[in-house]
Design a protein around this ligand. Structure first.
Ligand SMILES: Nc1ncnc2c1ncn2[C@@H]1O[C@H](COP(=O)(O)OP(=O)(O)O)[C@@H](O)[C@H]1O
Ligand SMILES: [Mg+2]
Length: 530
């Protein structure tokens, strides 16, 4: 089903229902992105499935999310079904062969696939703020937290790290505000509460190590087929924000990590973004702009992005205009809003004098679509009414034993199963606190030695230590004084020194440039290779 670098999608028919011609997707233009739209039950998932199959056979790795669990069958060989055979006969697909595909299952929760994790540091403040629906003021504070951590070599791996950093910041809002701009205790505690909510939704599974290696979703098999990474997303969809943010993070990782390739004869990876409306729902303009930028630029990295959603109106115009390959399944046109959507959908196609697009969209059968793809010089083909080919792999879900088997022989089996709790901000801050406390203690001992040599100095106190040198301490032993001091002032004292330690080392790293600040990309995730 691959001819001259083209993937067979299906066969178009004429207005009198006679067979017209095969419709193809040119592999060389697959990095000019695509859009699959249509109402529920019209054939979007099956279209995604046959595209993934064809890309895999052409040696192109695929990443897609399995929103309803009905895409997992792509890992199993197809089963004879009368209606599938009938479709194959109608479109002249002969022989219609069944096939299984090299699938790697992934799951943020680790139940239905290999664990997918990233670190808080790698996700970055922009996406995290989106995930937690932060106000501008809160986002500002989060930015400062990341700056503090980035400049200062404090890895924020999991939620515990971010929490501990925020609580240290809460102890030093004045000092930090002077250095970085306004930080209020109130926004810090709102962020803390937001983190708690996220945790209750199971997001702590997602933050930590080992983090997903991009290379693992770009594998090919020894016989030259592209791996199909299927992300189990049924449970994930209960938190649509987390789902959308995760996919966005993955997209930005691909963008930041991969080198330029220009226009190649086929893409390096094709990324399907199912339920794409979730990406843009209530998204602030700055995020939409960044997404637009990533979609535009990722082309030259050899990545094709295919958005899958019900309605073309779900995708902002700036993004929509970059999606060159279009597959439009049926839409209803009862309400004015629906009519508007159909009109928009119809107008995006290069018209075909043989039929009216608006009318056709409302009349398409299941598994039938209006198709227009990019051809020579990137010109869109005239829209054709196309019967999409039936899948070669199984239609519908695989069983749990089958899934377990696929996972057991996966090339990443065992690599992501166990949590890694590396030294990170949480531990480092604790250690720095202890070191700072020890250093202070030694410093004071030295001061006290001097005091003892010069009794007259006892009249003087050092700022910030409060309880030193009161009258009754005179004549007591050094150790009894120290005991008294530590029992009185410990909690506040410790919190202060931690932040002081952080601030000091920020200053130090800025001075020596040894702790060079990390560089963040368009969507705020970490840039590699610096
Ligand atoms: N290309 C196709 N060939 C044969 N049957 C199809 C095709 N596309 C869709 N169907 C039938 O329609 C059903 C619904 O399609 P699906 O892709 O799940 O819809 P959607 O994702 O738009 O809700 C499928 O389970 C299948 O029975
Ligand atoms: Mg579907």
């Amino acid at each position: 089903m691959i001819e001259d670098g083209k993937l067979y999608l299906g066969t178009s028919r004429n207005p009198d229902d006679s067979i017209n011609k095969g419709e193809y997707l040119d592999l060389g233009y697959a990095n000019r992105h695509g859009l699959i739209t249509g109402a529920t039950g019209t054939g979007k998932t099956v279209t995604l499935q046959i595209l993934a199959e064809s890309f895999s056979n052409a040696g192109v790795p695929v990443f897609c999310a399995d929103v309803k669990g009905d895409l997992s069958g792509i890992a199993a060989i197809g089963e004879h079904k009368d209606f599938l055979e009938k479709r194959a006969r109608t479109i002249g697909l002969d022989p219609y062969e069944y096939q299984e595909f090299p699938v790697i299952f992934w799951d943020l929760f680790g139940d239905k696939g290999h664990r997918v994790r990233t670190t808080i540091s790698e996700m970055g403040p922009l996406l995290l703020a989106r995930l937690m629906d932060m106000s501008e003021a809160q986002e500002g504070v989060l930015n400062i937290a990341f700056k503090l951590a980035d400049e200062n070599g404090l890895p924020l791996l999991d939620m515990k790290d971010l929490r501990s950093l925020l609580s240290y910041m809460a102890g030093e809002t004045e000092k930090l505000s002077a250095m970085y701009g306004n930080i209020t205790k109130q926004s810090l505690s709102t962020i803390q509460r937001g983190l708690l909510v996220l945790e209750q939704q199971g997001a702590e599974n997602f933050f930590g190590e080992p983090a997903l290696k991009i290379a693992d979703i770009m594998r090919t098999t020894n016989d030259g087929r592209g791996a199909i990474s299927v992300l189990a997303a049924d449970k994930l969809m209960m938190n649509p924000r987390l789902y959308a943010t995760f996919l966005l993070w993955l997209l930005s990782e691909l963008f930041e990590e991969l080198p330029e390739v220009g226009d190649a004869d086929k893409p390096r990876l094709v990324f399907f973004f199912d339920e794409a409306h979730l990406l843009f729902d209530e998204a602030p303009k700055v995020l939409v702009d960044r997404v637009e930028q990533v979609v535009r630029l990722i082309r030259s990295k050899g990545i094709g992005v295919f958005f899958v959603t019900q309605n073309p109106l779900d995708v902002p115009e700036t993004v929509l205009s970059q999606l060159g390959n279009r597959i439009q399944h049926a839409l209803r046109a009862y309400t004015p809003r629906e009519q508007k959507a159909v009109k928009v959908a119809a107008e995006t196609f290069r018209p075909n004098p043989a039929f009216d697009c608006f009318e056709a969209i409302t009349q398409l059968g299941v598994g039938e679509a209006l198709v227009s793809t990019l051809g020579a010089k990137g010109v869109p083909s005239m829209v054709e009414r196309t019967l999409i080919r039936p899948p070669s792999s199984r239609l519908g879900p695989i069983t749990e034993p089958e899934r377990a088997k696929v996972m057991a022989v996966s090339p990443v089996a065992g690599q992501y199963d166990t949590d890694l709790d590396r030294d990170s901000a949480f531990e480092m801050l604790q250690r720095r606190a202890a070191e700072a406390a020890k250093a202070e203690e030694q410093e004071r001992d030295r001061e006290e030695e001097k005091e003892e040599e010069r009794p007259e100095s006892r009249r003087w106190t050092l700022p910030g230590y409060g309880d030193d040198d009161d009258e009754d301490d005179r004549g007591r032993s050094k150790s009894s004084r120290r005991r008294k001091r530590s029992s009185r002032s410990r909690p506040g004292y410790q919190r202060q020194t931690v932040t002081e330690a952080v601030i000091k080392s920020v200053a130090r790293s800025a001075a020596t440039s040894l702790g060079r600040a990390l560089v963040r990309g368009i969507l705020g995730s970490l840039k590699k290779g610096f």
